[in-house]
Design a protein around this ligand. Sequence first.
Ligand code: AMP
Length: 236
Amino acid sequence: MIIIMFGPPAAGKGSVAGILSEKYNIPTISTGDMFRKYISNGSEIGKKANEYISQGQLVPDEITIEMVKERLSENDVKNGFILDGFPRTVKQAEELDKFLKENNRDIDVVVKLEAPKEELLERITNRRICKNSDCKAVYNTKLNPPKVAGICDKCGGPIVQRDDDKLESALNRLSVYDKETAPVADYYKGTERLYTTTLSERENRLKDVVSADIIKYLDLKKKKNNGKRNIEDECR
Ligand code: AMP
């Protein structure tokens, strides 16, 4: 199973990916998390990436695509994987397709998560994360605060706000999404891979409901494809 989580910052990609990852027993690969880990290690790639991330800009394609290809060559993705935050440009989407085709694989679904812009901005600026890169638990100061302020419920690590979640950078990221990332959805349109849905607290469409819808969609798609295969077999 290959799933792409697509959508603007704070659309809920990581939360839904967590549920789907458990359901299908496949790893989630978040390019944002990978970059943050490189930054905290002080590595060269981290230093370069941080020049862009701190400004709310996208890290250049050459760096990002290579990093993802390397990750997708590891053993644990053999049964499938979920990409969270990649592709973010049409070039990345093309390169991903090329890479998967070379490996006789294909994307099962590109999940496009939508939410009203004001809700996204509120979620971004209220988001806090556990600084421990092995934990990465996510909190929201209003909807899901930690039990003890500033301390992670899961690992006891410090809870911080990402620099790029501060208002100015957040606004920048939303406009970069509109300009550079939103067109990626058009790339997938008409290929029977795009599934668009809304994750919104105000509309009472929370991550569990959204994830259940995606699972239903994938079940139906599988049944349909199996049906097609049976008909093709009978015609042989
Ligand atoms: P995220 O955690 O997905 O919000 O990503 C945090 C930041 O990492 C983004 O704002 C970008 O600067 C960078 N980033 C993550 N994924 C990509 C990508 N696929 N292409 C370029 N930059 C990325």
